[in-house]
Design a protein around this ligand. Structure first.
Ligand SMILES: C[S@@+](CC[C@H](N)C(=O)[O-])C[C@H]1O[C@@H](n2cnc3c(N)ncnc32)[C@H](O)[C@@H]1O
Length: 312
């Protein structure tokens, strides 16, 4: 354990492998609290590279395991724990708290609404706990019962996660444009929800997905599309592989058209992370930029004309 500061405004757990990105995003105010945990004096704010955020951390002196359990129960019902040391003591506390279900979700079951707290022992007699965290999923990791037969690849898990965290998804009859749709995992998700999907890719879709009754395929470039030629749409989804700047220009064109109600856009970041491009997406109004548990070296930008959850 590293030295812990006197006052902690928020704690951010790092997306594994992206420590430098989170440190960059949080700036000079952040300090390493333990492996994979950065603390700030400033209050919590949404950031892209955190897997989970402790929204109101408290340092709580405890004289016994029983007292730790009492203190936690007084603050909230559901708790997950982290242990970097004092593993047995941490487990003894966790075992006396209600069990938190980590059962995988069956999409589109809504995400849990009950707050989930997190605690760890700084020392044998000192708890660090936050009854509120940014994610209702243990460790900030939503898991799903996977479909290993119907979708043509595993990309569908990203869209399942984005829609689950957004707490909203396309409804039957709503219109979706799926850019960079091949081989068709996202189109499969959207069509499965009953939406009308126009799938755009330079490559063909898997024939099984292309044959779905509510799917129209267009083999062309996503960047050449003129929003006015498409008209108003409920969902614009993009998983196109391209440089972030080129994607940003395209997103700006669609935003300016005001024809799109909801966006779910993958921002691909090959090689060195382009911090300036990430910051440009993060600064767009009415939107959130997050690293999904199912994202690799990429982020997901979502935006909506309706109110968004403060933390996805
Ligand atoms: C990661 S894959 C998309 C996977 C897809 N979301 C799925 O669930 O199956 C990226 C896709 O972007 C497509 N792509 C790249 N440049 C494109 C462009 N200019 N216009 C349309 N599609 C493009 C590629 O052909 C590729 O199929």
């Amino acid at each position: 354990m590293t030295q812990h500061p006197q006052h902690i405004g928020a704690i951010y757990s790092v997306v594994p492998g992206f420590e430098a990105e989170l440190a960059y995003e949080l700036g000079a105010d952040s300090a390493l609290l333990a492996e994979g945990l950065l603390a700030t004096q400033a209050p919590a704010r949404p950031v892209a590279w955190a897997q989970n955020i402790w929204l109101k951390p408290e340092i709580i002196p405890i004289a016994s395991i029983g007292q730790a359990v009492k203190e936690l129960k007084a603050r909230g019902r559901n708790w997950a724990s982290l242990s970097y040391h004092l593993h047995r003591r941490t487990r003894l506390i966790q075992d006396q708290l209600p069990k938190v279900s980590a059962k995988p979700l069956v999409f589109p079951t809504p995400a849990p609404t009950a707050p989930l707290g997190v605690f760890m022992l700084l020392e044998a007699g000192t708890l660090l706990a936050s009854a509120r965290t940014s994610s209702p999923f243990v460790g900030g990791e939503p898991r799903f019962v996977e479909n290993r037969e119907a979708p043509p690849n595993r990309a569908y898990l990203k869209l399942w996660e984005a829609l689950t965290r957004l707490r909203r998804h396309p409804q039957p009859g709503e219109t979706c444009l799926d850019l960079g749709a091949s081989p068709g995992g996202w189109t499969w998700v959207l069509a499965g929800l009953g939406a009308q999907v126009v799938a755009i890719d330079k490559a063909p879709l898997d024939p099984k997905i292309a044959a779905l009754p509510n799917v129209i395929c267009r083999q062309e470039s996503a960047f050449a599309l003129d929003p006015a030629s498409i008209g108003s749409i409920d969902w614009l989804c993009s998983d196109v592989i391209c440089y972030p700047d080129k994607l940003f220009e395209m997103v700006e064109r669609w935003r300016a058209s005001r024809l799109v109600k909801n966006f779910v856009i993958t921002v691909k970041l090959q090689g060195e992370t382009d911090h300036a491009a990430v910051a440009r997406f993060a600064a767009l109004p009415d939107s959130r930029l997050v690293h999904l548990h199912h994202n690799k070296h990429e982020l997901t930008w979502v935006s909506s004309q309706e109110a968004l959850p403060e933390y996805l």
